[in-house]
Design a binder for this molecule. Structure first.
Ligand code: UD1
Ligand code: UDP
Length: 364
């Protein structure tokens, strides 16, 4: 029986790979194993628990304030032992994290075929997202199979000269996840607190935004909140200590903004579905929001996910205080503009991506 090893390590990869693990495990034609690097610890474990996925291998690499050197070298050396031991015929990695890049690199050194889930997204700007744009392109160089979420992603891969027969357009597995999490009867004390106000959901964590860009984001948000008493904001904050220090410094003490611990994915998706507006620099949220019909201000200068912008649900604000202040204010005050953004669109498929990917893997 062919041995397939899935490797992931951070929250977003887990959210998008766990549904695939479950789909693959339902089939009795392949031997499926899961390796987590533990690049994230608590945020990864929370997702594994929601989806009830128990890893076969855990590299447990996370340390507080880890650098790219820390994650890269620890994953690379520990991955070799796992690959030697598991002897997979195919390794599946996801997206653009250090976990995905380094796992693919380890496979390349050992000449093990790689399948790349969420392949072909590009900004073609190696500074943003950093280092993810490089990671995703490098994984593309190494991969034998490219699972592209959209036609646009496929086109990027074709333009780079990839063999057309190695590319499969499947939709994004995040839509599969979303189908299982959003519930009509959902309730949460924080949502009770926000009842009667327009709820703004905030997340921010990008490495290239740490420092001054993040301070500018938070200052703009604080100013807009002060000027709009009918608005309340919830910010489930990333565990990165640098993000937390900046956020508490600038947003702490604001009565209508609650900074809370990261939410489980089930909670977060339900918070999203009940938000008036989302402000984020996250990648995954840009994919989830269009199918929920929630407008998003993307606090970045560029995006590798232009589908949501084209669909009208997302708007790039840049990272300066002035531009975020102006876009945020406009969306709160201009009902017509808001309604133009608030509609559901589904650029990322119909929630059958896992089934489609598993079909391909069974066949190749
Ligand atoms: C990583 C990925 C990024 C992805 C993001 C999702 C890279 C280079 N970056 O960035 O692509 O968008 O995850 O969130 O792969 N921490 C904890 N507990 C956790 C998770 C993080 O304490 O469960 C803290 C640790 O101090 C850790 C720090 O956050 O050192 C940063 O984590 P790291 O994975 O290095 O970077 P992210 O910014 O999370
Ligand atoms: N998310 C979550 N809890 C939170 C914030 C986000 O479960 O408190 C989910 C969100 O729905 C999305 C993913 O985490 O699926 C995005 O992860 P993140 O922003 O950490 O990474 P990125 O997508 O930017 O790589």
């Amino acid at each position: 029986m062919r041995r397939i090893l899935l490797v992931f390590g951070t929250r977003p990869e887990a959210i998008k790979m766990c549904p695939l693990v479950k789909e693959l495990k339902q089939r009795d034609t392949m031997n499926i194993k899961v390796c987590v690097t533990g690049q994230h610890r608590e945020m990864l474990d929370a997702v594994l628990q929601v989806f009830q996925v128990v890893p076969d291998y855990d590299l447990a690499i996370m340390k507080q304030g880890q650098s790219l050197f820390d994650t890269t070298e620890t994953i690379l050396s520990r991955m070799k032992n796992i690959l030697d031991n598991a002897k997979p015929d195919l390794v599946l990695v996801h997206g653009d994290t250090t976990t995905a890049f380094v796992a693919a690199l380890a496979c390349f050194y050992l000449q093990i075929p790689v399948g790349h889930v969420e392949a072909g997204l590009r900004t073609y700007d190696l500074t943003a997202p950093f280092p993810e744009e490089f990671n995703r392109q490098a994984i593309g160089l190494i991969s034998r199979y490219h699972f592209a979420p959209t036609e646009r992603a496929r086109q990027n891969l074709l333009n780079e000269g990839k063999d057309p027969s190695s590319i499969y357009v499947t939709g994004n597995t995040v839509i599969d996840a979303l189908k299982t999490t959003v519930r009509k009867d959902y309730a949460h004390p924080e949502l009770e607190w926000a009842k009667g106000s327009r709820l703004i959901l905030i997340t921010a964590h990008r490495r290239e935004n740490l420092g001054e860009p993040m301070r500018q984001m938070f200052r703009a948000i604080r100013m807009v909140l002060d000027e709009h008493p009918d608005v309340k904001a919830i910010y489930p904050i990333h565990l990165n200590p640098i993000v937390r220090k900046t956020a508490y410094e600038i947003l702490g003490g604001e009565d209508r903004l609650h900074i809370i611990e990261p939410l489980d994915v089930l909670d977060f998706h339900n918070f999203m579905a009940r938000s008036y507006l989302i402000l984020t620099d996250s990648g995954g949220i840009q994919e989830e929001a269009p199918s929920l019909g929630i407008p998003v201000l993307v606090m970045r200068n560029t995006t590798e996910r232009p589908e949501g912008v084209a669909a009208g649900t997302l708007k790039l604000t840049g990272t300066s205080e002035a531009s975020i202040y102006s876009c945020f204010t406009q969306l709160l005050e201009d009902e017509t503009e808001y309604m133009k953004m608030k509609h559901t669109a589904n650029p990322y498929g119909d929630g059958t991506a896992c089934r489609q990917i598993a079909d391909v893997i069974e066949m190749v």
